[in-house]
Write a protein that binds this ligand. Structure first.
Ligand code: 5AD
Ligand code: SF4
Length: 481
């Protein structure tokens, strides 16, 4: 236990920005419940991992961590697994890592305060509201360890090493995890969740199973948070959702594009980003909004996954190569040059050499400013599990290498074009070893820079920079004074 009487926790986050932001809300909630955050496992009474299961490799990380620190259970420390692996593996986690006491998926975070009380042995079950169990989502029970959902009947005790608390049964909820207690960790960029869950069920993806059904926040609540953030001094907002384009205002007041524009018009906000988009739901009015509102960043991340319509069909992506290219044309016709980045999966079951060649050709045709590329990883519950024609691991690796090499060439050429231009950057920090400042452009490019005059730039401030040279993933420049 920690030296002082205050309960302490350590939280490590894996995965996407949604997880990063969920963790900010979890930290806020824990602090509200009287916990203090500490920087190391050794200092903590409660150790939490907010996990990612998008690919197998990501999923394995949490089990490695749990194994590494298992011995600390003897000191009375408690362990909790949150997020996608928690939701996906459920009570099976107690079997694999018996020192874990809490397993909670993201759809159940609003119940964390009650779960914490139970973890500490400060409540009897009768004080915890009975929650609905969805029989279809119940997973196997660890042998010899009766499980407790909230409202279960397991005797609670702070000293009981076998305490089992689960928050797994809320994936059909209509509620988002809204809290005013958000411990924002990025001093410049504030995240705002606008939609949670996903109803798309792409054939390879675990997210609809781990994050539950799609639910949007009201535009009024999003805008209230944006104003509050601006009042706190943030100038950049990133709207988050698994698929922000399928945002539906429960009050019916604003479309996604209208909400985007309204956030961009909040006084004090200089940059608005959004992620992630889905090509099927990405509508032209989003490009119109970027044209109309200068604070909306000229960057769109639009995952394509494959350049072959045949593979897109097998992936159940609900659009064709041509429809994706149509969206590229909308963006290329915008008033400002919009930087476009994407995600690609190589080696999806049945992807032929010809399909893969179509993906390479799409990279040439579009000219992305960044590509996040992944080898297909079979995930539990997903429809793609039943597909034949698995691609051997070695071939997946080969395709990934080919794709990354091609994209590197494209980026070298694209980044070169910025040399000689002037960009406004937001200062993110300093790299003293290189004598450089670190900046980010509206297009989301890293633009590191030097200054001939001695300046003391505050992180979060905006300065003009002339680009002097380029690399495949970043630009270098000189501050304009
Ligand atoms: N295998 C490989 N990559 C995946 N992604 C999602 N699921 C899988 C999977 N099973 C990738 C997609 C998605 C990104 C976040 O992760 O490209 O856009
Ligand atoms: Fe997964 Fe598809 Fe939903 Fe994105 S849109 S989270 S890839 S199911």
């Amino acid at each position: 236990m920690s030296g002082d009487s205050q309960k302490t926790f350590y939280l490590e986050t894996f995965g996407c920005q949604m997880n990063v932001h969920d963790s900010e809300k979890v930290v806020g909630t824990l602090m509200r419940e009287g916990y203090r955050q500490v920087e190391s496992v050794e200092q903590a009474d409660l150790i939490l991992y907010n996990t990612c299961s998008i690919r197998d490799k990501a999923e394995q990380k949490v089990f490695h961590r749990l194994a590494d620190f298992k011995k600390l259970q003897a000191q009375g420390k408690k362990f909790g697994v949150l997020g996608c692996v928690a939701q996906q593996e459920g009570e099976k986690i107690f079997e694999r890592a018996p020192h874990v006491s809490l397993v909670c998926g993201s759809a159940s975070y609003q119940n964390l305060p009650q779960m914490l009380l139970k973890l500490e042995g400060r409540v009897t079950d009768s004080r915890i509201p009975q929650m609905q169990r969805d029989p279809s989502t119940s997973l196997g029970q660890a042998p010899g360890h009766p499980s407790v959902g909230l409202g279960g009947g397991y005797p609670t005790s702070a000293n009981n090493p076998l305490i089992r608390i689960t928050g797994l049964d809320d994936r059909q909820t209509d509620k988002c995890f809204e809290t005013e207690y958000t411990a924002r960790t990025n001093p410049h960029r504030a995240y705002i969740t606008i939609i949670e869950g996903c109803d798309k069920f792409c054939a390879y993806c675990v997210v609809p199973f781990t994050r539950g059904k799609e639910r949007s926040r009201t535009s009024a609540s999003v805008l209230a948070e944006a104003r509050q953030i601006a009042d706190l001094g943030y100038s950049e907002i990133q709207l988050l959702g698994q698929n922000v384009n399928s945002y539906r205002d429960p009050d019916g007041k604003k479309s996604f594009a209208e909400l985007l524009a309204a956030v961009g018009e909040v006084t004090g906000i200089k940059r608005v980003r959004f992620t992630t988009s889905h090509p099927r739901d990405f509508s032209r009015d989003i490009v119109d909004a970027i044209d109309a509102v200068p604070t909306l960043c000229d960057h769109v991340h639009l995952p394509v996954q494959s350049g072959s319509t045949r593979v897109l069909d097998a992936m159940q992506r609900l659009y064709t190569r041509e429809q994706y290219l149509e969206r590229m044309h909308w963006m290329k016709a915008a008033k400002r040059e919009i930087s476009i980045t994407t995600d690609v999966i190589v080696g999806f079951p049945g992807e032929t050499e010809a399909d893969f060649a179509e993906t390479l050709n799409l990279l040439d045709e579009v000219g992305f400013d960044g590509v996040f590329s992944f080898k297909y990883s079979a995930r539990p519950n997903t429809p793609a599990l039943s597909l034949n024609d698995a691609i051997p691991e070695q071939e997946k690796s080969r395709r990934l290498d080919v794709l990354m090499t091609r994209q590197k060439e494209i980026q070298i050429a694209r980044y070169k074009k910025y040399v000689g231009t002037e960009c406004e950057v937001m200062v993110e920090g300093q790299n003293p070893a290189r004598g450089q400042w670190i900046g980010r452009t509206s297009q989301n490019k890293t633009l590191n820079f030097t200054s001939s005059a001695a300046v003391d730039l505050k992180p979060g401030s905006y300065v003009p920079v002339r680009v002097t040279s380029s690399f495949p993933n970043s630009l270098l420049g000189e501050m304009v004074v």
